[in-house]
Design a binder for this molecule. Structure first.
Ligand code: KG4
Length: 339
């Protein structure tokens, strides 16, 4: 069964065609990064307008490049929450129109569940249970994936998200938007030489915290600039990366050991980070655990992951009617109830 999937929750317009929730037929993405770079971050109004301009074109290109006919499409899946409300509305309305025109079910998908489901694309044989870090620009949580739809949030950030902290650090270091990949690149030239706090390390259960780290980086950079002494941006980037990511790895493995779960995973933009991926791989190997990670291009926002989660929802018969609305925030539910 082929799903046409749509993702417009932030600054990527994405449309995909995916067979049986696992086999990507095409992955169409238009990144708005250049449009927002001049402002140093995402401007919601610009995001919504850009989604509206390109979404129909991407859908048509998805059909043209694969030769898939409209009649072959069995369902339309769409991110309806959480995200920028105007941006989500463009995708939701496009998906509603497509489902109506094609006379197929409309499947609503929670964006964070999509990030977790990206792991099924990389490892088609993957089955729950596993533990997953869901780490993106707006979310940082450790999720116990007990079944395809049954998830428990073991811990989450108490303030800022890890990705947001990367973006802020990039900005104070004078690096362009989007911050995460640029901080990672600069960090490769530096050392772990600046003392920064590892927030909630060994405390707070499986919760995380990033606001103190963000403030520590800002204060360090301001003090360094005023001191007129030489200082290394690359060292700040490297030290920040260690402080931000080590805690994620430590809590993921602590939870896996405590719960005797042998498979660990990650998803969301921050899981594209090479330092984190290497650290997770090393630690998983040392503990004889299986590590599952999406391909880097499926860590950041994309529509393939929405089809992967949409397929699970489709199999449960969880369809939306044409009054589906977009929601800026819906928590990841703690039980198997439908979203
Ligand atoms: O998943 P995503 O594309 O969008 C959301 O759902 O939020 O994540 C975007 C976030 C941004 O904060 C970006 O800076 C961060 O993921 N990110 C990274 C890397 N690539 C993207 N953070 C650290 N290292 C990276 N390589």
């Amino acid at each position: 069964m082929i799903i046409l999937s749509v993702e417009t929750s932030c600054d990527e317009t994405a449309v995909a065609l995916v067979r049986d929730g696992r086999e990507v037929l095409t992955d169409q993405i238009f990144s708005q990064a250049d449009l927002h770079a001049v402002y140093g971050g995402v401007v919601p109004e610009i995001a919504s307008r850009s989604h509206a301009e390109v979404i129909s074109y991407l859908a048509q290109r998805a059909l043209d490049t694969t030769g898939v006919s409209r009649r072959d499409i069995g369902a339309v899946a769409v991110t309806y929450a959480p995200g920028l409300i105007g941006a989500l509305l463009v995708g939701v309305n496009f998906a509603k129109a497509a489902a109506l025109a094609l006379n197929v079910p409309l499947v609503p998908v929670h964006h964070i569940r999509g990030h977790i489901a990206a792991n099924y694309l990389a490892f088609p044989e993957l089955e729950p249970p596993f533990l997953c870090l869901a780490i993106s620009g707006g979310n940082t949580m450790l999720v116990d994936v007990r079944g395809y739809t049954d998830m428990r949030v073991l811990g989450a950030t108490r303030d800022d998200a890890a990705g947001e902290c990367f973006d802020k650090t990039a900005r104070v270091l004078g690096l362009p938007y989007p911050g995460g990949p640029n901080v990672e690149k600069l960090a490769r030239e530096g050392a772990n030489a600046v003392k920064l706090p590892k927030m909630l390390k060994g405390a707070g259960g499986y919760d995380f915290s990033y606001s103190g780290l963000k403030t520590a980086v800002v204060n360090y950079v301001h003090a360094a600039e005023q001191s007129k002494k030489p200082w290394s941006k690359a060292d700040v980037a490297h030290s920040f990366q260690c402080a931000a990511l080590d805690v994620l790895a430590e809590k993921l493995f602590a939870a896996a050991e405590e719960r005797k779960i042998g498979v660990v995973a990650a998803g969301g933009g921050v899981s594209a980070n090479g330092y984190l991926r290497e650290r997770l791989a090393k630690e998983a190997a040392g503990r004889k655990m299986k590590l599952v990670l999406p391909e880097k291009r499926y860590c950041t926002d994309n529509a393939c992951m929405i089809a992967a989660e949409g397929y699970i929802r489709y199999a449960q018969g969880e369809f939306a009617s044409l009054d589906l609305n977009a929601e800026a925030y819906i928590p990841l539910k703690n039980a198997s109830e439908p979203l």
